[in-house]
Design a protein around this ligand. Structure first.
Ligand code: PEP
Ligand code: MG
Length: 326
């Protein structure tokens, strides 16, 4: 099936009725970039930088990080790369960085919480990203933002990193765009406020589903309750996109749900024009997208909102599914 799909890699990525949708890739390493390009991805919608910090004995220095980010930016040419700042804790740990023993790591010391606690580490990463921004189309993404205070603090560190680079006369993109992951219910609820302060939202459905449904994404005992098609999740997605649109900022989706072809009518119906997913999903989603009708998706939300169970949502979406290889 993958071979058959490969012919789709370099044709325009659009719906049957001609609406362009960007299909970007989620990556963790530079090695994946060849595949990003050969699958015709629009760019990298999520660069999970934590893998740069893993499987080693010490924190990566600014110079090393800079070289990696620069390589990604350059290799992508003008295509955009969204670099997410460190997201450890929860399901990801580092051997040399002792995280506290916690009863609920997913609700504990992780992601932006660690960065704001360890400004030294955070600023080093931001300096490296800023420096790389001079060599391509780089954006910054903060993970797990739950409040305006966190966003303001992160931006203050970014500002001080910029100030340092200016005084050292090191070039960077002055107006680099900054976005936040929307993956905590609080962020959805105050999305109207957050949208005033960022250039874009990237919806992280993996964590959003976990936190909305109170289902640990790592716990197999409750895995059957982890359902991205729960009506509560759908309402969260709709409300987030509406807040982004009202503030006129870009919104994309980067959780696993973005790579699930059943979810396509959800995004088309919300007029979301960028989906970022694992590389393996891109051509399958593109195949489905090419057969989808943007105009017919606009009223799907009336039906989705009438579904009171995940099963009803999935049944409805299955009726709109295009999975035959074209
Ligand atoms: C998410 O939470 O949806 C996401 C993309 O981030 P991660 O899976 O790395 O937590
Ligand atoms: Mg996440």
């Amino acid at each position: 099936m993958r071979d058959k799909l490969q012919v789709l890699a370099h044709i325009p990525t659009q719906t049957e009725d001609g609406v362009a949708v960007q299909l970007a890739a989620n990556i963790s390493t530079v090695k994946e970039l060849d595949q990003v390009l050969s699958n015709g991805a629009s760019g990298v919608g999520l660069f999970r930088t934590e893998f740069l910090y893993m499987d080693r004995d010490n924190l990566p220095l600014e110079e090393e990080q800079f070289r990696v980010y620069k390589q990604v930016a350059e290799k992508l040419g003008g295509k955009r790369v969204v670099i997410r700042t460190l997201d450890i804790g929860g399901d990801k740990s580092l051997d040399y960085f002792a995280l506290p023993e916690e009863d609920n790591p997913a609700l504990g010391y992780r992601a932006i919480r660690i960065s704001l606690d360890r400004i030294d580490l955070f600023k080093t990463q931001l300096r490296a990203i800023l420096r790389a921004s001079y060599y391509g189309n780089v954006k910054i993404l903060y993970p797990m933002i739950a409040s305006i205070e966190e966003l303001d603090k992160a931006n203050a560190v970014l500002e001080s990193a910029k100030e340092e680079l200016r005084s050292e006369q090191i070039p960077f993109q002055e107006h680099i765009e900054v976005g936040i992951m929307i993956e905590v219910p609080a962020a959805v609820i105050i999305a109207d406020l957050l949208a005033q302060k960022v250039n874009f939202f990237s919806i992280g459905t993996n964590d959003l589903v976990q936190y909305v449904l109170a289902v640990d994404r790592m716990n197999e005992t409750v895995a059957h309750l982890y359902n991205p098609f729960h009506p509560a999740v759908l309402r969260m997605l709709k409300s987030t996109v509406e807040s982004a649109k009202a503030a006129n900022i870009h919104v994309s989706v980067c959780g696993e749900m973005a790579g699930d072809i059943r979810a396509l009518p959800i995004w088309l119906g919300l007029d979301v024009k960028e989906l970022s997913m694992s590389i393996q999903s891109i051509l399958r989603v593109k195949n489905s997208l090419l057969q989808s009708h943007f105009n017919q998706s606009s009223n799907i939300w009336e039906q989705l909102l009438r579904c009171s169970t995940s099963t009803a949502v999935i049944d409805l979406l299955n009726k709109h599914l295009h999975e035959d290889v074209i």
